[in-house]
Write a protein that binds this ligand. Structure first.
Ligand SMILES: [Fe+2]
Length: 271
């Protein structure tokens, strides 16, 4: 069998020998979930290198590059809170510091019927595993025709500026890291529900705060990340090669969708 030409089954996409997400009740399955929960508790992130097999990674890179032309490009400024900049900010208020984010997104309805991304995202075992790992008793794939799972492309100069997420978790899959720049960097638990800790946020933005963590970047790595309280960014891509990853969206509510405004904002259209 030639590896990359035809992928139809989830075991060809996800390395189930290394990560038995289809056997979560087995001793190794339980150990895997325990490992993920411990990683998330320890540093707010869990990374599983080699989660997606190299042949599937190759196919997804090809798909992303082929569909680059139909990807929707966004280029915005925002602050770390995604809130309006205050009219009269106090000195060193991080809310006044504008961040830059730009990227191109290939929406879910453009992902091919036999794409490894579709095979993985529609796999119930993957949903169940991620829900267990993130400690969420209710965990469902998105029902959004655009935002369920997408491929993201970052060209030279693209980046995601420093920010806190609105959602409590994110699931991403690295496909093609940047050879220079394009690092996922964060400060673990820089704020809390009770304390915005603005002085340390300002120091982090100025590059003066110790404790900056860089995520592992190898192709095929699945990452779970808690970004509500951890300030994070993707640093500017400095290489000519495109950085490509996939974003997999989930919700505690079954059948959840983006509103039309958000669809328009992220994908340039509604569905
Ligand atoms: Fe984020």
């Amino acid at each position: 069998m030639s590896g990359s030409s035809l992928i139809t089954a989830v075991e060809q996409v996800i390395d189930l020998d290394r990560y038995p997400i289809d056997k979560l009740d087995s001793p190794r399955g339980r150990a895997l979930v325990a490992f993920c929960r411990a990683s998330l508790a320890f540093e707010g992130a869990c990374q599983l290198p080699g989660f997606v097999r190299p042949e599937a990674v190759e196919l997804l890179i090809t798909e992303a590059l082929e569909k680059h032309g139909v990807a929707y490009r966004t280029d915005d400024t925002h602050n770390v809170y995604f809130e309006p900049v205050p009219d009269e900010p106090s000195e060193n208020d991080p809310a006044a510091a504008l961040q830059h984010s730009s990227k191109s997104a290939i929406a879910w309805d453009l992902i091919g019927p036999s794409s490894p991304l579709r095979i993985a995202y529609e796999c119930d075992d993957l949903t169940r595993f991620l829900g267990e790992a993130l400690g969420m008793p209710e965990f469902h794939p998105y029902a959004d025709p655009l935002g369920a799972a997408s491929l993201m492309l970052f060209e030279k100069g693209d980046e995601l500026g420093w920010h806190f997420d609105r959602s409590p978790f994110a699931v991403t899959l690295m496909l093609q890291p940047s050879t220079v720049g394009g690092d996922y960097e964060y400060h673990h638990h820089l704020r809390s529900a009770d304390d915005e800790n603005k002085s340390d946020v300002t120091s982090a933005l100025q590059g003066d705060l110790p404790g900056r963590i860089k995520l592992y970047n190898a192709p095929g790595t699945l990452s779970m990340f808690r970004g509500q309280y951890s300030l994070h960014r993707v640093s500017p891509i400095e290489a000519d090669e495109v950085r490509i990853n996939a974003v997999l969206a989930y919700s505690a509510k079954p059948g959840d969708k983006l509103n039309q405004l958000t669809q328009e904002l992220f994908y340039g259209r509604t569905a």
